[in-house]
Write a protein that binds this ligand. Sequence first.
Ligand SMILES: C[S@@+](CC[C@H](N)C(=O)[O-])C[C@H]1O[C@@H](n2cnc3c(N)ncnc32)[C@H](O)[C@@H]1O
Length: 228
Amino acid sequence: MAPEWVAWARTPNHDAFWAHRASLLAFVGRGHGEALDVGCGEGRVSRVLQAGSADEYKVASVGNLPFADDTFDLAIAYNVLMDIEDVPTALREIGRVLRPSGILVISIVHPFADRGRFVGPEPDAPFVIHNSYFGRERFEGVEERNGLQMHFAGWSQPLESYMLALEGAGFAISALREPIPDASEAWTHMERWRRIPLFLWLKARPVPGLENAAFFAVIGNLQHPRAN
Ligand SMILES: C[S@@+](CC[C@H](N)C(=O)[O-])C[C@H]1O[C@@H](n2cnc3c(N)ncnc32)[C@H](O)[C@@H]1O
C-alpha cells in the first residue's frame, strides 16, 4: 500500500470519504453474512462498516478473485471501479463470487463531477464542463492539500458505461444515491460539493437472465418489425 495513500486516507477530516461516513453507514445498513471489500486499500471501508478491521486480507486482481462461486452476501467496491481498465470483466467476476441473494454496493466519483471543474474554491464557484460528458478518458493527476500529496490515475466514463457493464454482468440497480458531504466546520472546503454531486452510490442485485436482456430485445424487434 502506497504510504501517500495511507496518510491521505487516514488523516482526520482530510479525504472526502470522512465527510460521507454517516451517509454511507445509513446507505449500506446493517446485515449478516460474508462481505467482500473489493479494492479495500488500507481498509477504512471495512473498519467503518464492521466497526473493526476485516477478518482477512487477500492480494488479487479483481478480474480473478481467489474465492469460490456464490461465497459472499455483500460485495462493496468503494471508489475502485474508476481505477480498473476492464470494468465489465470486474463486475462479472464480482457477480460470480456473490450469492444470488447477494448485494453489490458501488461508490464511484460521479461521472458528471469527473468531467468538469469548479473555477475557484468559493462555495458558489461556477462548475464548468469544457469538453464532452461522453466518451472514455484516462486521467492522471496529483492533488495537494494541507501538506499531503496524492497521485490519482484512472478512467473517467459516463454513467451509461457503468450501467452497460452492470447489465452485462447480470446486475440490476436497486438503489441510487448522490450523497451530500456533512455540513460541519471541518468540511467548509467542501461547501461547493453540496451543490454538485461528488460521488454516486449504487446498490445492485443479481437478476438471472438480465445479461441476455439486450439480446432478447433485438430478437424481439426482428420478430415484430414495425409496420410501415
Ligand atoms: C482509491 S483506492 C480506494 C481504496 C478503498 N476502497 C477506500 O475507499 O479507502 C482504489 C483501490 O483499488 C485497488 N485496485 C485498483 N485496480 C485494481 C484491480 N485491477 N484489482 C484489484 N484492486 C484494484 C487499488 O489497489 C486501491 O486499493
